[in-house]
Design a protein around this ligand. Sequence first.
Ligand code: HXC
Length: 513
Amino acid sequence: MRNKIEQLQDKIKMAHAGGGAERIAAQHKKGKLTARERIHFLLDENSFEEIGMMVTHRSTDFGMEREKYLGDGVVTGYGNINGRLVYVFSQDFTVFGGSLSETHAEKICRIMEMAMKNGAPVVGLNDSGGARIQEGVVSLGGYADIFYRNVQASGVIPQLSAIMGPCAGGAVYSPSITDFILMVEHTSYMFVTGPNVVKTVTHEEVSSEDLGGASAHATKSGVTHFACANEMDAINHVKKLLSYMPQNCEEIPSPLPYTASDETRPALNVMMPENANQPYDVREVIAEIADADSFLEVHKNFAENIVVGFARLAGRSIGIVANQPAYLAGVLDNNASIKSARFVRFCDCFNIPLLVLEDVPGFLPGTDQEWNGIITNGAKLLYAFCEATVPRITVITRKAYGGAYDVMNSKHIGADLNYAWPTAEIAVMGAKGAAEIIFKKEITAAEHPQEKWLEKEKLYSDIFANPYRAAERGFVDEVIEPAQTRNKLIKAFKMLENKAVSLPRKKHGNIPL
Ligand code: HXC
């Protein structure tokens, strides 16, 4: 018996050693943690239970049968984050560069299937050289098995991908199907084809970092939702992100304890600049409305003209979508539409109520926007709001112009409540442009066209640059003092907490992709 236990202990030691001390040292030298260290920091102490520790690959080509490592380059199992069950896989770069073999893929699939059956999130810690080159098509099949399960799990359980090293070729498609991607600055990269192939095909010279590093994907492509300073920062972001989510689509996010106090926020009464064309940072509005320090911004450096993220209101999770007047006047463009549509759909998948803070001058005009599909992309956001059945509230703080008024969670497309501040302007377009069009003849015929234009601009503005026309129609439910916004929202979301709406029976909708 003793020998048998010793044999077991030896095997566990071997599995824990991964690709060996030398490769672990090389990993550390690159500023990277090992697969097991990452799991250690991610999960609650002593909560990790490993599954598949003794699995080895089955490959026999290229002498592979002589080189086997217990676990085959990925550590899989389950544990807790802040007391809540999660499933995790962590690729071990010290074993064949974390490359994906048939058995490595099977381990990941197993974890995903268990997560779906038991209704808990999956966190993937990716650090891999891609397909196990020695295995050829078997490895490609393994990837496809994972992609298939990613899609099956989409909208059922939250799936998070932290990219802690290379992630190249088709391997990028698993993270990109998951709900959130987090990358680590300088030590992770993602691309479909690396710098060498880029150079051969397009003659462009580009480094891995510039092509697919965390900064590039956080600012230019929007592929990653978070660019984290280091691995610990990424791990802490994963934990925080999960805290806003339920375990699965059948649950609601657990609220944090909250003691009611005076919810009036006088600072909001002086938040709007005197001049309606002056910018302000909508994050300051969010900070006043949400529970203290509760806002976690998603996609912070991408499409900055719209701000999205999670927050808490009286302890309960909400998703916030807010036009950002401090960037491009908060206009809606291709990237802002795509970014916010995806966020709205995530919140709707997982029963996270939506708050929209609206101050939008409209859609951005121009050939760049039209040729890059603002029609289709703007429709994504419209579609996402229209189909969302979670509690939805809009607060129009200032501009709500044109199609953007409809798109930004208007009552017409299913918002439950629509509040407006007295500073709201709800119209087809800004007064200046409107006056120019509808009073064109009068303005050109006038002795002093400029003065006539100003006069007509004022006329249009007096009629429409306020929230009362919309309130008369019931499109706005209440015009509120800004200082009361938090108070009103806490009560309204509480009132809506049992909202139940079902969509018409269908296989699935056809969102304009
Ligand atoms: C098998 C691999 C491997 C792979 C790395 N290794 N990638 N083994 N299959 N894909 C092994 C190396 O042989 C080496 O083994 C160890 O991992 C570390 O690799 P190094 O090259 O020494 O590390 P580094 O210098 O940090 O470079 C990392 C790397 C590079 C950039 C990832 O290894 C690399 O370019 N690998 C190939 C990447 C690739 O082309 N993959 C296929 C992509 S296509 P030893 O024994 O020396 O420690 C793809 C298709 C997926 O993935 C399609 C899905 C649909």
